[in-house]
Design a binder for this molecule. Structure first.
Ligand SMILES: *Cc1c(COP(=O)(O)O)cnc(C)c1O
Length: 466
């Protein structure tokens, strides 16, 4: 059957990609012109043979594919995909369920329900929380902050869903100096403004300072939302929630925690001290496509006040077949309506890992981050800028004598990226250029760390002209 032929072809191509993934050059340079000329064409008048379409897609995209799912990609905070999550994702596409309503996919709704329970369990969050499955932490931040906006305004008797923000009481928003840009983007989309939040100074590792928060909160009269962070994208540091939470709640404010990757630390007994107090927040954002290693796009929003969450998200229309109390309609907890059943790969990931496997994944990535830091810092002139408390490492490269460390660091980053053994991004930390390494992939092993450290050291040596 033609249908079999194209699916077999895709299966074959996918297997081939996964087999060669660890050996592909990581993030090799590609000319945009070359990619365009391979892919751009006039829309054909008549459609093509499906097998040929897939082969063409595979062949033409290949030079532009980044091996970010592989074991030596340390850029941004990316993560790969466990084979079981790729498999579950294939089935998700195959089944093509609309996960918006219980009635349009009872299986998707119940899988989400079970996965939600597991997530609350492993993260140590209250089992009464409501959970939504969104595209990523940006939308998780958006959804959580929409719930926050609802609740702080409801408490002053303003129905923001009905009336909007025009004429509403002012909502004070407080963020840390190191707030992730996507939390600000979410605030912008919610009409709360990207530029209006009051910023709380951070310490040397990027953690919000509770003493400074206390001062900022003194100027917040009325509805207030505080955004804290579990896992700084540069240093991996955690805002001290144990100290922050009582200050926020004493003033009747809402505490949101952006834990896109860092919240998974709450699953690990060895790391739990970093997230102490997190379970007393009002909402959380966490990604599945980063550290849980499921395919894109997959994030999770968790809210301690289900009524606020529901009020902010639910769209009701009379033609919709609403489930009974016992049947959860997934669309009540997310901004989307028709939607991919992204609970399946998350369910598969947690089922295959188990509690023990999840702890191992998180602990292993952190151990590998410490390992690469220690391999690099042995060399004179190389400095690790952060306390490696999680899976993030910031590296700075000094020239001999009093040269320009910013220039050398940027040049080493560029050399490493060109070399293709591994991929690391650049950043600026407290005014200093740095190489940024994030170890978030399930398949990274000791040998990958050693090979990558050798490539980075070689790039540094060449930069110094040795
Ligand atoms: C990655 C990240 C985000 C955004 O998440 P997406 O999944 O890319 O939408 C938000 N906050 C932090 C701390 C992050 O690391």
């Amino acid at each position: 059957m033609a249908e079999d032929a194209v699916l077999d072809r895709a299966y074959h191509q996918a297997r081939k990609f996964l087999r060669t993934l660890p050996d592909r050059p990581v993030g090799r340079p590609v000319e945009v012109r070359r990619l365009r000329s391979a892919l751009a064409m006039d829309l054909p008048e008549n459609g093509g043979d499906p097998v040929h379409v897939i082969d063409h897609l595979v062949q033409a995209t290949d030079p532009g594919l980044v091996a970010s799912a592989g074991p030596r990609y340390f850029g941004f905070v990316i993560g790969g995909s466990f084979p079981v999550t790729v498999a579950a994702d294939w089935l998700t596409s195959t089944w093509d369920q609309n996960a918006g309503l219980y009635v349009s996919s009872p299986a998707a709704a119940i899988v989400e329900e079970v996965a939600a329970g597991w997530i609350l369990d492993v993260l140590g969050l209250p089992p009464t929380c409501s959970v939504g499955f969104v595209t990523g932490a940006t939308m998780a931040n958006f959804t959580a902050l929409a719930a926050a906006r609802h609740e702080v305004l409801r408490r002053v008797e303003w129905d923001v869903e009905q009336r909007g923000l025009q004429g509403a009481p002012e909502v004070h928003v407080v963020v840390g100096d190191e707030v992730h840009v996507t939390a600000l983007a979410a605030l912008g989309m919610l009409g709360l403004g990207r530029g209006t939040p009051k910023k709380v100074p951070a310490d040397g590792q990027g953690r919000m300072r509770p003493d400074a928060l206390e001062k900022v909160l003194q100027d917040c009269d009325g509805p207030t939302i505080v955004c804290a962070q579990a896992g700084n994208v540069n240093t991996g540091a955690f805002d001290p929630l144990e100290g922050i939470e009582p200050l926020v709640h004493r003033r009747g404010a809402w505490l949101h925690v952006d834990g896109a990757f860092g919240l998974w630390a709450a699953a690990s007994p060895a790391l739990q001290h970093l997230t102490a107090g997190v379970e007393r927040a009002d909402s959380w954002a966490v990604d599945a496509h980063k550290w849980l290693n499921v395919p894109y796009d997959s994030g999770i929003v968790i809210v301690a006040h289900p009524e606020a969450h529901h009020a902010a998200m639910s769209a009701t229309a009379s033609y919709l077949v609403q489930g009974r109390e016992a049947e959860r309609d997934p669309f009540d907890w997310v901004p989307e309506f028709s939607r991919r059943a992204r609970g399946f790969p998350i369910y598969a990931a947690l089922h295959a890992l188990g509690r023990r496997g999840l702890i191992d994944l998180v602990d292993r990535c952190c151990a590998l981050a410490r390992r690469i830091a220690s391999l690099l810092e042995r060399t004179p002139g190389i400095e690790i800028l952060n306390e490696v408390v999680l899976n993030q490492v910031l590296v700075r490269f000094h020239p001999p004598g009093a040269g320009d460390a910013d220039a050398v660091t940027r040049a080493v980053v560029a050399r490493v990226q060109r070399d293709g053994t591994c991929w690391a991004g650049g950043t600026t930390w407290h005014g200093m250029a740095a190489m940024r390494l994030s170890v978030s992939n399930w398949s990274t092993q000791d040998a990958d760390i050693e090979q990558s450290a050798r490539a980075i050291l070689a790039a540094y040596a060449r930069e110094l002209g040795e």
